[in-house]
Design a protein around this ligand. Structure first.
Ligand SMILES: Cc1cc2nc3c(=O)[nH]c(=O)nc-3n(C[C@H](O)[C@H](O)[C@H](O)COP(=O)(O)OP(=O)(O)OC[C@H]3O[C@@H](n4cnc5c(N)ncnc54)[C@H](O)[C@@H]3O)c2cc1C
Length: 323
């Protein structure tokens, strides 16, 4: 049996941030992830300055693909707004690996299946034992399923469906574009250039709304790609997008049970306006680590619920997550 003070299930931004903070406080931390890092993660890779600050990452010191945008291009039908802002793009393939290495935790590739309590400890798959257990395994997190799902079931009205691809591409247009509600999509489409010749394009929408309309997010892909081609933003045809689903923040924040904690997508924390998940993942990882170290309650009350604070954010919130 391998022992650790804390075991973190999942090495994405939520898990690696929690592990990093716990290691800094001197705890012995083991991260179990079913994937070998660096691993592919479906994500547009938009990162906010707030997340960079929470991760104590200075732009110039991040050694991998990193781009900044001083404005966004927000498209709705024939209208385009270009609000001034400062946002960033990273490649999750690199970013997550960087954060996990930086955490200083021991990382083992292992798919967690069984979790049981033994007194005040947890035993995982009869191989790993810990006092503190952090569920950071994303939407299908086994800690969520085993310890939280029954009392805090997912609200399917808050489930997203996404379809996207990131690929090597010499883009000409180095700006970030978002198209809202195109062809009736209950969500938005994105074009996010990455440094070092990569591009991420994709679509996301609310799964139940799509289902009620008798459609799937995939149905919007062809029209989206045509639009990109029409605007001269894309010249390739051989694309193979894939999908993933995650949850926006629900009403219930049941995310701690004695020494077990949920962080990031495992807790379903994405924002209601732009479906941002990295920021809440990082914030919740820090808060869970703080609760473990200090013995204080783990509360998500300070975790971002909306990415923006404008009237547009409120409109998007109603359009996406209005139940
Ligand atoms: C298409 C798409 C685009 C997105 N774009 C953005 C964006 O641009 N900006 C943004 O802020 N958010 C975006 N998001 C949301 C964001 O990607 C997530 O909210 C974020 O990755 C959550 O981080 P996490 O650490 O909680 O989970 P993850 O990053 O999903 O990490 C979970 C980890 O758990 C591991 N795991 C799962 N099950 C097990 C198991 N049984 N045993 C061991 N390990 C396990 C997985 O291998 C994985 O490494 C997007 C999501 C999608 C799907």
């Amino acid at each position: 049996m391998q022992n650790a003070d804390a075991i973190v299930v999942g090495g994405g931004p939520a898990g690696s941030t929690c592990a990093w903070k716990l290691r800094r406080e001197g705890l012995d931390v083991l991260v179990l992830d079913r994937a070998q890092f660096p691993r592919h993660k479906l994500c547009a890779g938009w990162v906010t300055p707030e997340s960079m600050a929470n991760l104590e990452l200075v732009e110039d010191d991040y050694p991998l693909s990193f781009m900044s945008f001083d404005k966004l291009h927000l498209h709705y039908k024939v209208l385009t707004a270009r609000p001034a802002t400062r946002q960033h793009s990273i490649r999750r393939f690199e970013f997550d690996d960087f954060l996990l290495r930086r955490s200083g935790a021991t990382v083992i590739q292992h798919k967690v299946i069984d979790i049981r309590r033994a007194g005040s400890d947890f035993i995982i798959d009869n191989r790993y034992r810990c006092k503190y257990l952090v569920g950071a395994g994303g939407t299908a997190c086994p800690v969520y399923r085993r310890l939280f799902e029954e009392r805090n079931p997912r609200n399917h009205a808050l489930q997203t469906a996404t379809y996207e691809q990131e690929f090597a591409y010499q883009w000409d247009n180095g700006e970030c574009h978002l198209w809202f509600f195109d062809d009736g999509l209950p969500g938005y489409a994105w074009y996010v250039p990455k440094a070092n010749g990569y591009l991420n394009i994709g679509l996301g929408g609310m799964a139940e709304k799509l289902k009620r309309r008798g459609g799937r997010v995939q149905d919007y892909w062809r029209g989206f790609v045509s639009r990109l081609e029409h605007h001269g933003l894309l010249r390739v045809h051989d694309l193979h997008p894939t999908g993933y689903s995650y949850y926006l923040r629900g009403r219930s924040d049941l995310v701690a049970d004695s020494n077990a904690f949920l962080v990031g997508d495992a807790a379903g924390l994405a924002t209601h306006d732009l479906c941002e998940g990295i920021g809440p993942a990082v914030q919740s990882g820090l808060l869970a680590a703080d609760a473990i170290v200090s013995g204080r309650d783990y509360s998500l009350s300070t975790v971002t619920k909306l990415s923006g604070n404008s009237i547009v954010s409120k409109i998007l919130q109603r359009a996406f997550a209005g139940e």
